[in-house]
Design a protein around this ligand. Structure first.
Ligand code: SAM
Length: 281
């Protein structure tokens, strides 16, 4: 079943948190000359037109990146993220939203590499189109990202950021995330793994960060941003989180400076808030 299309959600509050953290990680990896690999197991379509029928239907970007656009008082991590989105909107109007692979590409140097997996035929095609001129640095495959990850670990440079960002349309995704990370940590213990998860009433979603913690990584960070109260009917996402294994030591500090501001800007009701926990060796 492949009904999820990221175009409906591109640029929403969850993308803001995920993409801001992703850029922070790649900036840290870029401090050393040694090449990095960016592996995106669920890459999406690459770049999204916000005036498309899909994006227009939900207008989720308006309550995400739209609330940050044009502001001057951005904390450093938010400013760096908004600046990256700006590169796709050179006219100054917010018309395009870059997905995780496109944002990662803004940080890629000549010797860094992107490895992208996407199953949906239309998103795969659009992803391929986005990177046609980048065949040396970027490889795009139409494959199951959970299964394919193992073929890339460990990467030749022994430096990688892996984003695992499934749609969680099916219950199976929750189990596969944990199994995939467990296997990846065995093959390549020093990689940085980022798992995106939705804040939802459903049990599997609530249990996911705890199950990732049980994998026993010594260094980890768990960040959550809620934009509203949990809905009374138990339906619908009210925020999102990222569980990061082997985060850089600078990440908590950068997030602490950004999260209260993001809650203020992106919060919809009194349930808005953040949580940040970490242990970095
Ligand atoms: N990472 C993207 C970003 O941040 O811009 C968004 C990805 S979206 C949440 C999830 C994507 O995973 C969808 O485009 C979906 O078609 C794709 N997908 C679903 N199951 C997959 C699988 N097993 N392997 C690879 N891609 C999958």
């Amino acid at each position: 079943m492949l009904s999820y299309r990221h175009a409906f959600h591109a640029g929403n509050h969850a993308d803001v948190l995920k993409h801001l953290v992703l850029l922070e990680l790649l900036d840290y990896y870029g401090r050393k000359d040694k090449p990095w690999y960016y592996i995106d197991t669920h890459a999406g379509g690459g770049c999204y037109a916000l005036d498309s029928e899909q994006a227009g239907k939900t207008a989720e970007a308006a309550d995400g990146i739209g609330r940050l656009w044009g502001r001057e008082d951005l904390p450093p991590a938010v400013a760096s993220y908004v600046e990256a989105v700006r590169q796709f909107n050179p006219q100054g109007r917010l018309l395009f939203y870059p997905g995780s692979p496109a944002l990662a590409m803004t940080r890629a140097r000549a010797h860094d590499r992107l490895r992208l997996f996407e199953l949906h035929p239309a998103d795969f095609e659009s992803l391929q189109r986005t990177f046609t001129s980048e065949q040396e640095r970027v490889q795009v495959r139409r494959a199951d990202g959970f299964a394919a990850l193992k073929s890339l670990l460990p990467p030749p440079s022994r430096r990688a950021v892996v984003l695992i960002d499934p749609p969680y349309e099916v219950k199976e995704d929750y189990r596969r995330v944990v199994d995939t990370v467990r296997d990846a940590m065995r093959r390549f213990p020093t990689g940085t793994y980022v798992v995106w998860y939705p804040m939802l009433a459903r049990t599997e979603a609530r249990q996911l960060p705890g199950r990732l913690a049980q994998l026993g990584a010594e260094s980890w960070l768990d960040v959550r941003l809620a934009v509203r109260d949990a809905p009374r009917d138990g339906l619908g996402m009210f925020g999102s989180g990222l569980y990061v294994i082997n985060p850089p030591w600078v990440l908590p500090q950068r997030l602490e400076a950004a999260l209260p501001w993001l809650v203020e800007r992106l919060g919809i009701d009194g349930g808005a808030g953040f949580d940040l926990e970490h242990h970095i060796e």
